[in-house]
Design a protein around this ligand. Structure first.
Ligand code: FAD
Length: 327
């Protein structure tokens, strides 16, 4: 096959939205290489999901199914994908940089004596893959060496899911069913409860609207005013690190290099200075609005709209205006 193969992630018949970001990356890489892009879906419900992919610009869609793949295990996925890749023989394997991919993809790459070029934020001609080092202070360029396929995972928000190209009416993708040879004794681990499904966790990476609060809020008691704005907008509430370090909001709401990476349609940064560790987590947002009383705050460098002023005046007025517009 050669070309690019994107390993799409799903759970319980539902796509992980980042899969489509990886698919957009795969299509763009294939275009750079003058090659074809294909996709693979693994696990229960793969058939139905593969049918959805038929409308995309893809050469081939592989469904990888086996009774031992009903629940995710690193061993199962590594063994199944190893067999698929040996048969499909792609030059590049692209994956979304999800928790699951972090779990199995390095082991899969090792089966081919390769490494995973992980959490990539850009793909340049060459192809050259860009990763961030030292908490986002440095960008480093990586090129694949060796003969095996090159494994790359892409950071959330780097590519836009909406950028996935549709197929043409004449060129419909071919779907191929792939059944790997798996034995129960190959699966050494027993899956526990998935991390994201634990009580009270929030998946900010899937949020369309985010209202994020920083140290400018001053006190925990003041967070309510930002919470009201989030509620009025139907947005998820997020925060910079000091807010979570202080225990004012749970850690799962932290955005940044040591928190979640988000890519909403709208990111409203309130009283957040825009430190690099925060920016790396939200720079994939489509539109950024910043409210800060310091006109020189670095957040304004990434903001599409900036409001210089006191959040204690602006936020309640904004909430009032949003509620008035709704009624
Ligand atoms: P500050 O930098 O204190 O900014 C507060 C802002 O509020 C200021 O710009 C101020 O002008 C404004 N302000 C104050 N009062 C008002 C008001 N009344 N109205 C309007 N504006 C007002 N940070 C993260 O966010 N996420 C991470 O994942 C993360 N990971 C890190 C990892 C490492 C290894 C390290 C070293 C740091 C990390 N940080 C992270 C911390 C980061 O460096 C910053 O310290 C942090 O982002 C600052 O948060 P802040 O913008 O809320 O606070």
């Amino acid at each position: 096959m050669n070309g690019v193969l994107v390993l799409m992630e799903q759970r319980g018949g539902k796509w992980n939205r980042m899969s489509f970001e990886a698919l957009a990356a795969g299509q763009q890489l294939a275009a750079k290489l003058g090659a074809e892009c294909s996709a693979a879906v693994i696990g229960e419900g793969a058939d139905t999901l593969a049918a959805e992919l038929a409308a995309k610009k893809l050469a081939k869609i592989f469904t990888v199914q086996h009774p031992l793949l009903q629940t995710y295990t690193s061993d199962g996925y590594v063994a199944a994908f190893e067999q698929l890749l040996k048969q499909a023989d792609p030059t590049y394997v692209l994956l979304p940089h999800t928790y699951q991919v972090r779990d199995f993809a390095p082991a899969l790459a090792t089966r081919f004596r390769q490494v995973l070029i992980s959490d990539v934020i850009a793909v340049h001609d060459g192809p050259v893959f860009v990763r961030q080092l030292l908490q986002g202070k440095l960008n480093a360029d990586y090129k694949s060496a060796g003969t095996g396929p090159c494994f790359v995972s892409v950071q959330a928000g780097t590519f836009r899911a909406e950028a996935v190209e549709a197929g043409t009416a004449t060129g419909t993708a071919i779907t191929a069913n792939f059944t790997p040879q798996l034995e129960a004794n190959q699966i050494r681990s027993k899956p526990g409860e998935p991390f994201r499904e634990a009580a009270q966790t929030v998946d900010l990476s899937a949020a369309r609207l985010i209202v994020s609060v920083g140290r400018g809020i001053g006190e925990q008691e003041n967070i309510g005013i930002v919470e009201e704005l989030a509620k009025a907008l139907g947005a998820e509430l997020a925060a910079s690190r000091p807010i979570c370090d202080n225990g004012w909001l749970p850690m799962e709401r932290q955005v940044g290099s040591s928190g979640q990476t988000v890519s909403p349609k709208l990111y409203l940064a309130i009283g957040i200075s825009g430190a690099i560790q925060h920016l790396v987590g939200m720079k994939g947002s489509k539109t950024v609005i910043a409210i800060n009383k310091d006109e020189n705050a670095p957040i304004f460098e990434v903001a599409d709209y900036g409001v210089v002023g006191d959040l204690f005046e602006i936020v309640p007025a904004l909430t009032k205006a949003v509620l008035a517009a709704k009624n």
